[in-house]
Design a protein around this ligand. Structure first.
Ligand code: FPP
Length: 238
C-alpha cells in the first residue's frame, strides 16, 4: 500500500470526517466470534484512529455508533452495545481527556437507557473544555429525525410568522455548532448513507471501502484523506 500519510497535504485536511462503522458482525463471523465481540473490537480500534486524526489536525470526527433503525436488532445485541459504551467511557475517559478530545453526543434521548445517557453526559461534561478534536458520538441518531426535531424545535420557539431559514435549521440540528461534513467514510462494502447526517453531508466527498470496521487502521484513514484531497470540490459551481 502507498504511504498515504506522507502524500497528504496537511494544509488541506478535511475539518469534519463522518464515519459509518460497518462490518463488525461480518468480522466476528469471519473470526468465529460473537457479534458483541465484533462490536468490542470495533470500539478498540477507535483510539489509534483518534491519534491519527489529532496528528492531522482534523477538528471533528463523527461516529455512527447506533442509528434510530438499529432498534430493530435483537434486544441482546442492543443491550451488549450499551454495556460496551459504558465500558468504553469508563475505561477510556482519562485517556480521552488527556489527549484533548471533547466528547459530544448527537442523538435523540428517547428510548436510550438512563444509565447510557448518564455515561455519555458525564463524558461530555468531563471533556467540555478540550479543543484538539471533537469526537461526536451519533448514538440513537437518524438524519430525517434530526431534521424533523430541528424544525419542531424552531417552530416551538418562534415568535410571529415567517419561514425557517437554513441557518435557523442548522442552529437547531443535533450537530449545531459543528462544521459541515467534508468527508464521509463507510466501511464494510455497502454503498449507502443509511440516514446518517443527511443535511450535514450535502456536499461531502464520499469514500467507500470493503475493509470491515474492526480491520480499519490509520493507513486506511490516510488513504481516504488523500483521495479527498485529490477530488475537485465545486459545491455546485463550475
Ligand atoms: C455496524 O456493524 C455497527 C454498528 C451498528 C455498531 C457500531 C458500533 C461500534 C463500532 C462500537 C463502537 C461503540 C462504542 C461504544 C465506542 P454491523 O453490526 O451492522 O456489521 P454487519 O453489517 O457486518 O453485520
Amino acid at each position: 500500500m502507498k504511504d498515504y500519510k506522507r502524500l497528504i497535504n496537511r494544509k488541506k485536511v478535511p475539518a469534519h470526517i463522518a464515519i459509518i462503522m460497518d462490518g463488525n458482525g461480518r468480522w466476528a463471523k469471519k473470526n468465529s466470534l460473537t457479534r458483541s465481540e465484533g462490536h468490542r473490537q470495533g470500539a478498540e480500534i477507535i483510539e489509534p484512529l483518534m491519534d491519527a486524526a489529532i496528528d492531522m489536525r482534523i477538528k471533528v470526527v463523527s461516529l455512527y455508533a447506533f442509528s434510530t433503525e438499529n432498534w430493530l436488532r435483537p434486544r441482546t445485541e442492543i443491550l451488549s452495545l450499551w454495556k460496551l459504551l459504558d465500558y468504553f467511557f469508563r475505561s477510556k475517559i482519562d485517556m480521552i481527556r488527556n489527549k484533548g478530545i471533547r466528547i459530544k453526543h448527537s442523538g435523540l434521548q428517547e428510548r436510550l437507557p438512563r444509565s447510557t445517557l448518564n455515561t455519555i453526559r458525564h463524558a461530555e461534561h468531563e471533556t467540555r473544555s478540550n479543543n484538539k478534536l471533537v469526537l461526536n458520538f451519533c448514538l440513537n441518531y437518524g438524519g430525517r429525525q434530526d431534521i424533523l426535531q430541528a424544525v419542531n424545535r424552531w417552530a416551538g420557539r418562534r415568535r410571529g410568522s415567517g419561514k425557517i431559514t437554513a441557518r435557523q435549521l442548522e442552529g437547531n440540528l443535533l450537530t449545531a455548532g459543528l462544521p459541515p461534513v467534508d468527508l464521509m467514510i463507510r466501511t464494510g462494502g455497502e454503498y449507502r448513507i443509511s440516514n446518517f447526517l443527511i443535511w450535514q453531508l450535502a456536499y461531502a466527498e464520499l469514500f467507500f471501502t470493503d475493509v470491515l470496521w474492526p480491520d480499519f487502521r490509520p493507513h486506511h484513514l490516510y488513504q481516504a484523506i488523500y483521495e479527498f484531497q485529490n477530488r475537485e470540490r465545486r459545491f455546485g459551481g463550475l
